[in-house]
Design a binder for this molecule. Sequence first.
Ligand code: AMP
Length: 452
Amino acid sequence: MNERKFEQLELSAPIQRALSERGYTKPSPIQAKAIPLLLKGGDLLACAQTGTGKTAAFALPLLHNIASCGRKPFRRGVRHLVLTPTRELAGQVADSFKIYGKYIKFSTGLVYGGVSEKPQIKQLFQGLDVLVACPGRLIDLMDQGHVDLSQVETFILDEADRMLDMGFIRDIRKIESKLPKKRQTLLFSATMATEITKLGQAMLYKPDEVRIAPQGSTAEKVDQQVLFLGKNAKQKLILDMLHRRFDDNQEELSLIFTRTKHGAKNLAKKFIQEGLSADSIHGNKSQSAREKTLDRYRQGEIDILVATDVAARGIDVKNITLVVNYDLPMEPDAYVHRIGRTARAGKSGQAISFCTEEEVALLRQVERLIKKPIPVKRDHDYHLQEVEDLHTSKRPVKKPAQGRRSGASAGSRSRGRPNRTANKRGKPFRSGAGGNGGSSERTSSGRRNYQR
Ligand code: AMP
């Protein structure tokens, strides 16, 4: 099935043209399986990791539908609704629609928090063929009467597992309650945890199921390694690694994950002090500052991006060849998402995780989820045999502290002025704190909204 070409899928000519311009010849496995099913109009429950081409898997049949049916959206109405957990992902999904739908006349809108409502209200007023939205802001606009979901034809939940992790379940249910019963519903998730299956049972009607990766499986092409070391050695080791990497004249991009927003900000600052080209993205940065940083990273103006989990969720940058888990994530699923940032679009990549004595329990959680041990990298300057022994022994280790989300630091709720640091060309640019001042934001209706 995967050997099929795009021409063999019954997608309309303008879509085929956009795809061939983009250089896509063969559908990816998720596309080869999902597109024919979706063209028939049925519901779909799809388990696919990031980087598998899942966006096109739902965007292409939807665009085909728009191209072959002349129906126009009515005022404040939406024909096809895509929900995503983060603003970054929403932006990327909307961009993908524009790329694949380049030769089709249709309207798209983007709705997410952290920016002014006015332009969003304006675009909704005309009615939209495709709306890509984050749940919190969509509910706000719904409650104010700016959007009418009563005639939605297709409802897509993208990265549903992440939406549940971020506490969006009630918002999703509320949005779903406003949709017509007769519609096509698609649910995409990187993992098939019990909650996802339950959500699927509640919202999908006799869905076809497509599984591209077994539960918790990590991107196949990622070379994974773990380093056991002391807490105080992390910074020196990462600096050594990055200096060595760039001394070797590598043009590729590195992505470093920290557990807290402060950690991300401070580490990027340290890299810059050390003459490396770096910046950070995290929930304390304003939306526009995050987008600017991401753009610079995508353009290769920044070599190293330090990020927290939530801020990095939607990153689709092709040349990331190294992911470092500077801190292991509190939730094992996040490991799968993190390393999925590399080895994208058929390329290979490396994922290195640092593990201190305090993180052994987290590493065990990850290995249980991915159902295999991560090979150990023994760097003789840093390797701590006693930490490795602790990991290998079956002895119980201290449980990771619960109650704090990865990527959210408790001590970072104050509003901060943006820091000025130097960019690759020595010009100052904004980095660090700013924006909404917390891992969650208050929506205009006063609810807490976890779009970071
Ligand atoms: P996604 O999993 O949707 O985030 O897509 C991962 C990456 O694969 C994106 O950069 C897409 O542009 C790219 N991609 C998606 N489908 C194909 C395809 N059939 N051929 C080549 N690249 C693709």
